[in-house]
Design a protein around this ligand. Sequence first.
Ligand code: ARG
Length: 587
Amino acid sequence: MTLLSQLSDRFGDAFVSLGLDRAFGEVGISQRPELAQFQCNGALPAAKPAGKNPRELADEVIAAIGDRAAFADLSIAGPGFINITLTDDALADYVDGIARDDRVGVPQVEPKKVVVDYGGPNVAKDLHVGHLRPAVIGESAKRTLGFLGHDVIGDVHLGDWGAPMGQLIVELSERQPDLPYFDPLFTGPYPEEPPVGIDDLQEMYPIAAGKAKDDLAYRERASRAVVELQDGRPGYRALWQHFRDVSIDAIKAVYDRLGVHFELWYGESTINHRLFPLISRLVEDGVAERSEGALVIDVARPGDTKEIPPLMMVKSDGATLYTTWDVATIEDRVEEFGADVMLYFVDVRQGLHFEQVYRAVRKAGIVGPDVVLEHCGNGTVNGPDGKPFKTKEGGVMLLRDLIDQIVVRAAQRLDENHLAEEYPADERAAIAEKVGLAALKFGDLHNHRTSNYIFDIERFTSFEGKTGPYLLYGAVRMKSILRNARDAGLAPGPIVAATKDAERNLMLQLIRLPEVVHRAGELRAPNHLAEYAFELTSDFSRFYEACHILREEDATRQTSWLGLVALTLRSLEVLLDLMAIEVPERM
Ligand code: ARG
């Protein structure tokens, strides 16, 4: 049990003994650290049901706390807040307990089956800056929920079934009409070698999209091709499989470099076999209805404050679309995995789409009322002008180029700071890669996921301030302190009562980890991890300045301090790992 839940329990008991609800006993970190370590504000809301004034009630609550050995102070402040301060022994005891716990004090929750849908790249398009936030935030949320004990599966949900597939087929058929994929009489087998690489696809994609926009005949051919593809025309399927494979190779390379890993590489196409039975059922049940040749689901509800248009299931040309596949994918996630929770890390601008999809699956009874469906929207990465980030030339910024840029700057930062100076070249390069990625990810994650932020390479790569490199430097320093101590024959020992403010503050910071991780998981908000990791690292610096470990003469104190270093390092490593940030051994 976490320290805050233990304290909440004790205060809860006190409220119960006065005939009041135990929820009033909730204890949190003090808002006024100069006055107390913790506080319980329950006497204020409980005063009314108790028929007492809050200060009088707070007095009774304190009196009802039995054994007070753990408390250095219990007092009332202001209108009836209870200020709580532990003895240094009690605090050290608790911290020593988490130092011995391989989960650094973070309790596991009742496991739920969680599917995390994030990434959302598309066939034939290399990852660009717009894919950064869904990837890093989704990965962090997935790792956090997994660490808390949930059974999590990440699915990339590749965009592989839409109109662009038809456009690419038509475009290639114009360029290389003799390929067997276009010959309806060809009986196979189709060549194993892909007829195009990712660069060809990237080049064809905008051209084909442009033609489909301007040229009616081309557009009609492309729509026919996509319907035929979806219906299973063998040549188109074989060709599409190549498009998909070469795209995945390219996309995966960038995700790998980012430390973003998906359990499933499913796509919009994966549920194709479900579409016909699902649509027929929805029609039979009267959930889906005809409208101007199309099939739609009315998802408006009485009391809607904005208009929620009907969800399109089948277009008038017979093609299914983005919404259809998301509906069927939810059915798949329920039936295949028994998903209790489905989270979608996708740009906030797709809010209406998810609202329609979630309403449709509830209306159709595809998910039960207890299943959680959540669109965890993200804001955009902007340039210095406050508009979505572009290359200098105003084009789309590829994610691989963005990573290269920040890694180059990180290498310069190492030079400027005389770090990793005489290391072998390959180790230096590996460190620069980690520092650059830490800069990129932390720069992203410390913003709330729904906010937009400005991509500021100078600020992100700095070793000072609230940055990824600052955290890495902190973690590397902790490692080197422990190494030097070991070389001097010293090992971390039991954690004993603090004697210095900086030491006590570090302990009070360390005990917050469980609640922070829970909050980050519950709110799908990794910025809580980022913020806390920064505070922890800063408090560690102050502790390290105040407590001269290697010079300390009292052996118990010295090994206790080393114990704090080891615990801080483990806590920071957990946090960094939850943000998918890797730490070098030294720098
Ligand atoms: N591929 C989509 C796009 O580029 C994002 C997919 C998000 N996930 C989902 N289940 N709809 O907009």
